[in-house]
Design a protein around this ligand. Structure first.
Ligand SMILES: [Zn+2]
Ligand SMILES: [Zn+2]
Length: 290
């Protein structure tokens, strides 16, 4: 592939829709992306999981989801490159479930994300720390006696396994998600040496595996007001030679470039002059816009 000369036009590989916990048809996202001048769009509904939940694609909808993305891919081939993805929950022990479901469907890429840590003793299912601030606070108190550090240790022990969880994980989703409800540093400071060490352990795993880390702009739209990952982690990613891409984690068809200017600024401040995008089935570096 020729070396790009101009700036990379916007891409986004992290989008949801009514097939999981987002709004709108997949086609609405495709049309919006074309209207916004995007060159490539990844569709990444939450992969089905083997326990009761209200956010993931239902197993019986998996084939329809795959067929719909493939249909749109073909229908808009001349206008935009559509990629078939899914956001996979990295939960120790459920790999075999994925082996019998998504791994047989020929996906173009997977995003590996951690939304669960440990087990909720009330249900026996994985505990979704990500389900909301009160749910988070209650679990932290009930299963961790309020000790955020122990929870963070459990989170990063899983987070560092993302690259090899199942074959085909191209992107680590919102890698420091555990900070999501840390408004006003209510639970911890990211300056704590023990926290930096946990992050460092995960980054080494990503650097070694060559996994792309997304700069997920969704955090800017939350009360914490910080992207995933934080700027200091982005700088460490650059120092470690980790590839990065910009995703918005869109749950609505528009805008599909929310936070892009800030994301570009954060990547540039960290030293990046390129961003990784999916072109004809391969992740390649293209120039990061100014
Ligand atoms: Zn997620
Ligand atoms: Zn997502």
């Amino acid at each position: 592939m020729a070396t790009p000369t101009g700036p990379t036009l916007p891409t986004n590989y992290h989008t949801h829709s009514r097939y999981c916990d987002g709004q709108g048809e997949i086609e609405d996202y495709v049309r919006a992306a074309i209207a916004q001048g995007m060159t490539s769009l990844g569709i990444s509904s939450h992969a089905p999981v083997p326990f009761a939940n209200g956010y993931a694609l239902r197993p019986e909808k998996l084939d329809a989801y795959v067929a719909e993305v493939r249909r749109l891919q073909a229908a808009h081939a001349g206008q935009i490159a559509i990629a078939l993805g899914t956001e996979v929950d990295v939960i120790p022990g459920i790999e075999t479930y994925f082996a019998g479901t998504i791994l047989t469907k020929g996906f173009d890429y997977f995003i590996g994300s951690v939304h669960f840590v440990g087990t909720d003793p009330h249900t026996g299912d994985p505990w979704e720390f990500d389900a909301g601030p009160d749910h988070f606070a209650a679990g932290l108190n009930d299963w961790y006696e309020g000790d955020f550090r122990r929870l963070a240790e459990d989170f990063y022990a899983i987070a560092r396994t993302v690259p090899h969880f199942i074959p085909g994980i191209a992107i680590v989703g919102h890698m420091d998600r555990i900070k999501r409800f840390n408004y006003d540093n209510q639970y911890f400071s990211e300056d704590a040496p023990w926290y930096r060490e946990l992050v460092e352990g995960a980054l080494s795993a990503y650097a070694e595996a060559g996994t792309i880390v997304e700069l997920n702009t969704a955090g800017w739209r939350t009360r914490t007001g910080a992207p995933f990952p934080s700027p200091w982690i982005t700088s460490r990613c650059h120092e470690l030679g980790i590839r990065m891409t910009i995703n918005t984690d869109a749950h609505q068809p528009t805008p599909l470039q929310a936070g892009h200017p800030q994301a570009i600024a954060q990547l540039r401040a960290a030293g990046y002059r390129e961003v990784w995008v999916l072109r004809q089935g391969a992740w390649v570096a293209e120039a990061l816009p100014e």
